[in-house]
Write a protein that binds this ligand. Structure first.
Ligand code: LLP
Length: 439
């Protein structure tokens, strides 16, 4: 095995004397036997490390900053508690994510409620819970929030989501800051919304939000968007007396999925964003706003490892050598949906010589259910355990019951200890919501 591959795993990942992969101080082959496969592993220490790095680097660069974890990347009660302990804020995008966060005791005042089509009942729920910040997507939502504020006497902080028209050079399914996106308003419409919102009885727009896309490997899109938003705020200030108190640049900070990827450290984003913000506000005579960033992937992706057991294999002349595992697109849809590229190691044969280029196929009834198109592995036999790193973000929350798949268990490992934080689904869970004799 290429030793460098361990860099894709959580910090401190090693190989033990049995030649097994050790994550968070735990032998992954033992974990696979103990909890079964597929198995999602999250390394607690690594999550905390990422939280601290983002908070440290952004606070160092710009004092008035809040780091809100984008919970869509992965959310469960244990994770919400860790994020809270790390003094991060939280971005939720639905009543469901809000419910999970609240059930873990996450303070509502530190939650940002996003979404391009929040329903009235979701808004009411968030109001009732005392959610501190709402990122409004459009004028109709501003009006709805205003009515709720009038009725309840509670006024959360409101940001307006705008699309600055910046291309973040990422996969088109995860690009959101370009003109024509379904999210937020183009500047022209945002200007109109700000004007109309000024006439609303209760509500005040405290600032602007944009999110450019995900898995961004450059600072330029952030700096460009920031410049556009500051210019826009300046115009709005002159025309409508608008004060930019809060500026949220969303998430999108890229991570390394393979050794070829070149993710930027948090400090590079922080430095570039902070200096552009200070310079831009200086030039335009704007007060320095509170800055909000919302990393999701960068906090949890590299903390996650998925374990699979190998089943059948077949070599098809002229096509390749398939190694089928006991999971696939139901637990990681990303290769099928975004052509996402992953690597794998044989967790019980980490020191064995690489012998083959294989195709790692999932077990679901779709030809597109291929996890890795060219994995370099030693000689593989049924029962071997494959470990795929960088699966902590957008795998668990996008998991499905397709083909009656049972969603895997999730465990937290830390310094040699392991604990179940979400049990594996059982067959009865598949029927749980069916109503006996229902139509
Ligand atoms: N803030 C907003 C408003 C967002 O829409 C998102 C992600 C984030 C923050 C966090 O972005 P991150 O730091 O994780 O890149 N399912 C796709 C990713 C979709 C991201 C959607 N929005 C994937 O698996 O690549």
């Amino acid at each position: 095995m290429n030793e460098a591959i361990l860099d894709l795993f959580p910090a401190g990942t090693t190989i033990n004397s049995a030649g097994n992969l050790v994550v968070g101080g735990c032998d992954t082959v033992f974990l696979a036997g103990h909890y079964g496969t597929p198995l999602y592993i999250l390394d607690e220490n690594h999550i905390r490390r990422q939280c601290r790095e983002y908070r440290r680097e952004f606070t160092r660069a710009y004092q008035n900053v809040r780091v809100a974890y984008a919970s869509k990347a992965c959310l469960n009660k244990a994770l919400a508690s860790i994020i809270n302990q790390e003094e991060m804020e939280l971005d939720v995008v639905s009543g469901g994510e809000l419910a999970i966060a609240l059930s873990a005791g996450f303070p509502a005042a530190k939650i940002y409620f996003h979404g391009n089509n929040k329903s009235k009942s979701e808004l009411e729920y968030a109001f009732q819970a005392g959610v501190g910040h709402f990122v409004a997507d459009n004028l109709a939502e501003l009006e709805l929030i205003d009515r709720l504020a009038g009725k309840t006497g509670y006024l959360p902080e409101i940001l307006l989501r705008v699309t600055p028209g910046v291309d973040a050079h990422t996969h088109h399914h995860i690009t959101t800051g370009v003109a024509g996106s379904k999210f937020g308003l183009p500047l022209e419409d945002a200007a109109r919304a700000i004007k109309q919102a000024a006439g609303l009885a209760s509500l005040e727009i405290a600032g602007l939000h944009c999110h450019l896309g995900s898995q961004i490997h450059e600072v330029e899109p952030y700096v460009k968007a920031l410049g556009i938003l500051l210019e826009f705020s300046h115009t709005m200030k002159i025309e409508q007396g608008f004060e930019l108190k809060v500026l949220s640049l969303g998430g999108g900070f890229g991570v390394n999925y393979t050794l070829e990827d070149k993710a930027l450290p948090a400090g590079v984003y922080a430095g570039a964003i902070a200096s552009a913000l200070v310079a831009g506000c200086g030039e335009l005579g704007l007060e320095l706003p509170r800055l909000v960033i919302e990393p999701g992937r960068a906090i949890v992706a590299s903390a996650g490892v998925t374990l699979y057991s190998v089943g059948m294999q077949k070599k098809i002349r002229g096509f390749g050598h398939y190694v089928a595992v006991d999971g696939g697109m139901a637990d990681n849809i990303r290769p099928a949906l975004y052509d996402a590229v992953y690597t794998a190691v044989a967790a019980n044969k980490v020191n064995h010589r690489i012998e083959n280029e294989v195709i790692i196929a999932g077990k679901y009834c779709e030809s597109g259910d291929i996890l890795i198109r060219n994995a370099s592995l030693p000689v593989i036999e049924a029962g071997d355990i494959l470990a795929i790193p960088v699966t902590g973000a957008y795998c668990m929350p996008m998991a499905s019951n397709y083909n009656g798949a049972l969603k895997p268990a999730v465990i937290l490992v830390n310094k040699g200890k392991h604990r179940l934080i979400r049990r594996r689904e059982e067959y009865r869970d598949l029927m749980y919501l069916d109503v006996e004799g229902g139509q």
